[in-house]
Write a protein of this length. Structure first.
Length: 108
């Protein structure tokens, strides 16, 4: 099992998406968050099941909403961590998560 770290920018992505869905229909924001929790558990349990999309970033697709979780794997001592960089709608430009990867390299 990997430890999970969620970057502030990813937390903001999640809040914005959940708020948007909730504005569309009552309860839909909660359903989005529930689905996201499920995929995050899968990331924590076995992160290598998700494909590498470049620069060491892995991608986990949500099934019921058109969102993707982008994350990196880090090894810190004997512990492995999955660092969630972004939770983005699939129509967003890849430049968004790629910039976050560059920023993570400077700060991570």
């Amino acid at each position: 099992m990997s430890r999970l770290l969620v970057r502030p920018s990813a937390e903001l992505d999640i809040r914005e998406a959940a708020d948007w869905y909730e504005g569309e229909e009552d309860g839909l924001g909660g359903q989005f968050v529930d689905e996201l929790r499920h995929i995050v558990r899968r990331i924590s349990d076995l992160p290598s099941q998700f494909p590498d999309v470049g620069r060491g970033v892995r991608r986990a697709l949500l099934k019921r909403s058109p969102h993707t979780v982008y994350f990196l794997l880090r090894v810190e001592g004997s512990e492995r961590a999955a660092v969630i960089l972004a939770v983005l709608h699939q129509r967003r430009s890849p430049s968004v998560w790629k910039k976050r990867v560059r920023d993570e390299g400077r700060t991570g």
